[in-house]
Design a protein around this ligand. Sequence first.
Ligand code: C2E
Ligand code: MG
Ligand code: MG
Length: 695
Amino acid sequence: MDASHLLRRPELFRLLVETMNEGLGVRNAEGEIIYVNEPFCRLLGHRREEILGRQVEDFTQGESRDLLQEEFESRRQVLSSTYELELRRKDGQLMSTIISAMALHDEKDGQFLGSFAVITDITRRRQAEEELRRSEERFRLIFEQGPIGITVVDLDRRYCQVNPEVCRMLGYRRDELVGQRPWEFTLPEDRHIDEELAQQIFRGEIPYYQVEKRFQRKDGSILWGRLTATALKDRAGRPIYGIGLIEDSTARRRAEERLQHEALHDALTGLPNRTLFMDRLRHSLNRQTRHVDGQRPAVLFIDLDRFKVINDSLGHLVGDELLIEAGHRLRASVRPGDTLARLGGDEFAVLLEDIVEPGPAVRVAERVQRALAAPFLLQGREVYSSASIGIALSHRDTEQPQDLLRDADTAMYRAKAQGRASYAIFDARMHAQVVAQLRLETELRRAIEEDQLEVVYQPVVELASGGIVGYEALVRWLHPERGTLLPGEFIQTAEESGLIFPLGERVLQLACVQLAKWQRHRALPEPLFVSVNLSGRQLLQGNVVASITHCLHEHGLEGRHLMVEVTEKGLMAESEPTSTALDLLLQAGVRLALDDFGSGHSSLGLLQSFPFEQVKLDRWFVHGLGREKGAEELVAGLLALCRWRDMTTVAEGVENGLQAKHLKQLGCRLAQGNFFSPPLSAAAVGAQVEFPGEL
Ligand code: C2E
Ligand code: MG
Ligand code: MG
């Protein structure tokens, strides 16, 4: 069926007009609005009655009104035009519109009848355009003034745009950069960092990447930059530009480097510290396992002799200067590639790489010692120092750096024991000794806690009468596996580990308890004394006097019941605290004995400076009596010396009647030894002297 007749039906047009999206209005020749469709009303927010019969100008203002009038007038001559117009809605809001207007003329006489116009609201579109403009402006500002470098690279991989920050960072003008390849401004050593990544960006394989690398500025200096690179893609997802954001990280990088340096170096000498040393040693050991040509690292452990004395007596400033100067000299004694570190205090270490046999390590040790031999001029004074050096070479089973350092440390102690300014090379025997020593220490600690210590008593007799005047308390360790251990097997370890303090305390306690019992059961005209051995370290520690007096008091004993024996070696320090302690003991009425007299050196002076009541002649004098020529004269001389100082002599280690007779003849008053009695248990002492009761 032919539908063309439909087109001639006016209802159809009305329907079209009312359902279209745009507003439609018709004006007569006078400009009055004579028809508007529903969308027109919606656009203006007015009801139809409020619009019909009015001028369109009523809904405009200012320039728009003038424009509208002009346009309407021109309709008489110009058939149609399209223009933008701002209309005011009923609610007062302004609205951007596009008006397409067309004149209406009478078909017959061509008389101007008015016009009709289609009105489209473009407010949204205008807003979006404005927003876009602003956002572009913002981006332009960021690009021009932002604190981050922005580069755009074209498909040819050349800069096509760079912002001023990039120019500032790299020190080039914009025209010097545009057209160049980014790689030319990366430090050659760092080009590998993102060469491949940049390819992947352009191939669209990765969305972006971030790296930190060094750029080279125009003046040749280095700039650390963090680069974030990404690609700009077309609608099909093909990259068309590369975008690079560069952040100057030089300052942060420098700060990090400084912090890292500080963390790995000693502030005083500027040398590597222990952490860095251990790290280098670890690397070196790892390398060693890779190379099988026999080359291996060696460690020199260097400890300055007498540093503590210098530091304490001349002050810390001088001590610091000494360390700095020693650092310089050590640095000059090793090869540039060898690591010299300060481990702490007066301890230094050298890592020698690629050593095949001990020879070169020993030569370095000798060089170090020669370097330190010259006097140090510190604050106008000449100060002498030297070093004890331990050398350890890695062998196949030394894989841990701390093991090698420990071995060198052990050897250093060995060197110290040999006397100052010497060196020692670590060997496996030393290691076994150290392990045994540590084990002994652990066991001894437990022994003290678990009461495995016992005290035996050796009588001290008067040579003239044979009567007992006192007992020396001697410690014994009832070891659960090894049986009874003598002091020679553990006293030194106790001193070195500090266990001598609880041990000494325990012996003192046991001896006082025992002495108090004996005093209660046997009223002697001259009370028995018990002598207790004190080590030098105990005397150096301030509270030994307090603990002795407290112990005496606790058991109702007087000072004169207790004799304290100190060895020459213990007094060697001739230090302030030692003599103070001895003075305080004397004031408390405690009696003093000088033990092992003659076994060390410089003993005669001791007789002068301390008021000992007893002097105990070392075993080896007694041993020589009747065997070695001159022994008698020597002992006679010592006895005379003691008599002159009004001190009682006790001969130690008397093993036979002949020795006893000699001593008696020479005028020695007291003696001690297996000839009279070996050290006895407390119970045996009770039986020997026939104490009554439960003793
Ligand atoms: P000392 O004070 O000189 O003790 C004398 C040592 O000679 C004792 O050794 C004793 O058993 C031993 N002796 C006694 N008569 C004879 C003899 O006729 N011939 C021989 N050859 N030796 C004899 P001991 O008990 O092994 O003690 C050794 C050292 O250990 C002591 O030497 C003393 O310096 C130290 N000592 C013992 N007990 C203690 C203690 O409780 N504290 C401290 N700090 N040191 C102690
Ligand atoms: Mg003794
Ligand atoms: Mg002795």
